[in-house]
Each structure stands twice: as C-alpha cells, then as structure tokens.
Design a protein around this ligand. Structure first.
Ligand SMILES: Cc1cc2nc3c(=O)[nH]c(=O)nc-3n(C[C@H](O)[C@H](O)[C@H](O)COP(=O)(O)OP(=O)(O)OC[C@H]3O[C@@H](n4cnc5c(N)ncnc54)[C@H](O)[C@@H]3O)c2cc1C
Length: 340
C-alpha cells in the first residue's frame, strides 16, 4: 500500500469510525504478555453503527481486520498485524438488566471488562458467574469468543445470544448458533461480537455468602499457583482430556526453561512469562518446545489456547500454523443501487 493510499484510508477510517484511529500503534502494551509489533491501523469505532461502517470500508478497500479484546489470551507476532485492529471502546460497555422472576437477563457491551459482568451479577444478588469468572482478565467480547471459564463453569452456562457486527450490519445469533465449547465459540468468519445477552440466577443469602468465600479462596489459590506478578497470557495450552497441560510440561522437565526474555513459569508450567524483554519469537519457541517435548514423552499433542495473532518473524513453525489467527477479509456486501 503506497503512503498516499494509506493516508486516504486513514482519513476514511477516521471519518466513519468517529473514534480513535492510529497508524502503527504498538500492540505489546495492549496484550497481557506484552510482546509483538504494531497494528498497521488501530481503530476504536465510536459505536456499533460506526463499527459496521469501518468493516464496510475494510471490505471495500480489501483491508483485513482483527478484533482485539483485552489481549489477555493473545500473542501478537513481532511484525505486528497487517490491516485494521479493532478495539471496542467505552461505547461498547452498555448494560441492560431485565427481571425474569428469580432470574435476571443482562445484556452487556462486548467492550466492557469481564469483571463488570461479575459486579453486575453481584449487584443483582445473583450467583454462578463469580464461581468461575473471578480472576479471569479480558473483555465480555473476549470472554464470549473464548468461552472463558474454569472447570466450575464458563460463559456458555449463561449466554443466551450474542450480537455481531459484519460488513452487512448488526444481527443477533443464539447461543446454539455460536456453538460454545471448551475455550471456543464458532463465530461467523470476520464477525465482531458487540453485545452478549446472559441469563443469571438470583441466589439466597447463604448461596451468595458461600460463593463469596469460594471466590476468595480461588483468588488466593491463583495468587499462590500462577505467575500473576509477571506479564503472561494465561494458560498457553488447553488441558487435554483427563489431564493437565501444566503437569505434562512440568513432567517433561521444562519448568523454568528460558528462550531469550521468555520463560516457562517456574510457578505454573502452562504459563509462559515475559521476564523482561521477551519477543513473540521467544514465546513461540517455548510453545513449540513444550509441545514437542510433551508429544515425545507421552504422545499427547497439546493444543494452544492462546491466540497467535498477526505476522511472526521468523514464521510460525508449521505445526503451529493451524493455530495462526490472521486478520480476516470478507467481500464487501452488495448494497442495492438507489434509483436516481
Ligand atoms: C493471568 C491470567 C489468567 C487467566 N485465567 C483464565 C481462566 O481461568 N479461564 C479462561 O478461560 N481464561 C483465562 N485467561 C485467558 C483470558 O483471560 C481469556 O481467554 C479471556 O477470555 C480473554 O479475553 P480478552 O478480551 O483479553 O481477549 P483477547 O485476548 O483480546 O482475544 C482473544 C480472542 O478473542 C477474540 N475476540 C476478542 N474480542 C472479540 C470480539 N469483540 N469479537 C470477536 N472476537 C473477539 C480475539 O480475536 C481472539 O481470537 C487468563 C489470562 C491471564 C492473563
């Protein structure tokens, strides 16, 4: 893309997004592991209509896009992300609460912190969300796209429907259509979640007290067992059936192993920490090493939970390529011509 074309595109993105548009914005500070290069174009659309308009421009101009939430499960490649990185701003933090007897339906903007879902459930004297959601960073959009959770529950226990934006407009998909599974959600290609409608249940005083104590204990356990004082992107691999990725990596003798500035946490082997000056390449080397070592030792092939996003240099090893999340480009919708 020539400088003049990029400049014209920036102007157009600024006009339709009515929000922040920055060329070359570093993404490392926008991810929890703090590695990776810049976004070619970083766009924070003002509201859902502006988001659709941005997607239309991207489709028309053939510029791919990538939705970034809180970056808590994302490793951005050292060369950054070509195209438009979309981050939902404060206008995507709307809230609506509907009473349904002993249940409550909450509709949350996808840009809201997941913690806001917890707070809202507490305000509404509901139980369930806190039992799994305490201590999980990220946005409501990221929680839904990843079906965030723990063995005690996940977004799929509550999600009724998700609103998505595509170049064709906004629409709602039922939870059934989104097929939430273990750390996954089948969004239509290129779709961006803009709202999540979730059902939560009112709890008795006793239930709420019990949940509060369990949450405190869980947060304390996380503090003791996870490397929360160092930048990381949460669990690197999903747990294989009836096993734990962390245990397998530890048994392969890799706890504390370093590559450049990245390290397999000495505290929890399914976490890779940025020990100061890690690059995405360092992190990827450790992901590949852990995968190979566990496969050699046990025959189990660990599947990454983290999203490997954008351009990696050197390129991702072939065995990780299928987990590579490249920005998406969809054809522009056919807009019917308006009669003169
Ligand atoms: C210390 C720590 C502890 C963690 N503990 C847990 C845990 O217990 N359980 C758990 O499940 N996870 C855990 N995680 C991982 C992380 O918090 C979750 O995966 C969370 O859902 C990521 O949300 P995010 O907004 O940061 O998503 P991001 O990392 O920004 O994005 C993750 C994926 O979601 C997509 N996405 C984000 N927003 C949207 C949107 N609006 N529309 C469409 N797609 C979108 C992205 O494209 C990407 O594919 C932990 C992470 C850390 C750092």
């Amino acid at each position: 893309m020539s400088a003049a074309v990029a400049e014209a595109l920036l102007d157009e993105l600024r006009r339709v997004s009515r929000g922040e548009v920055i060329a070359g914005l570093p993404l490392a500070p926008r991810t929890s592991v703090r590695v990776g290069g810049p976004a070619r174009f970083f766009v924070k659309p003002r509201d859902a209509e502006a988001l659709v308009a941005v997607l239309r421009i991207c489709a028309q101009e053939e510029v791919p896009w990538h939705p970034l939430g809180g970056g808590a499960n994302t490793v951005v490649g050292d060369k950054g992300v070509e195209g438009v990185v979309l981050r939902l701003g404060p206008d995507f933090a709307s809230e609506r609460v509907e009473e349904l007897g002993d249940q409550v339906m909450v509709t949350l903007g996808a840009g809201a912190p997941g913690a806001r879902f917890l707070a809202l459930a507490k305000e509404q004297r509901c139980v369930g969300v806190a039992s799994w959601g305490g201590g999980i960073p990220g946005t409501v959009g990221g929680w839904t796209a990843m079906n965030a959770g723990t063995p005690l529950g996940s977004m799929s226990d509550h999600l009724e429907a998700g609103e998505i934006a595509t170049p064709s407009g906004l629409s709602w998909l039922s939870a059934g259509e989104l097929h939430l599974g273990y750390r996954q959600c089948e969004l239509p290609r290129g779709a961006i979640l803009t709202r999540a409608r979730c059902r939560i249940r009112r709890g008795t005083d006793a239930e709420r007290g019990q949940e509060e104590r369990a949450v405190k204990a869980d947060l304390e356990k996380r503090r003791m067992t996870q490397p929360l004082t160092q930048p990381n992107s949460g669990s690197v691999f999903v747990n294989p059936p009836n096993n734990f990725a962390g245990r397998l990596i530890e048994e392969a003798g890799l706890k504390g192993t370093r590559r450049g500035g990245a390290q397999i946490s000495a505290r929890h082997a399914n976490f890779i920490v940025n020990a100061g000056d890690a690059t995405a390449h360092d992190v990827v080397e450790l992901i590949a090493l852990a995968r190979r070592a566990v496969e050699n030792a046990t025959g189990i092939v660990l599947q990454p939970e983290v999203r490997l996003v954008g351009t990696f240099s050197p390129p991702l090893p072939p065995e990780l390529e299928e987990h590579h999340q490249l920005p998406v480009l969809l054809p522009a919708p056919q807009v019917p011509e308006v009669a003169p």
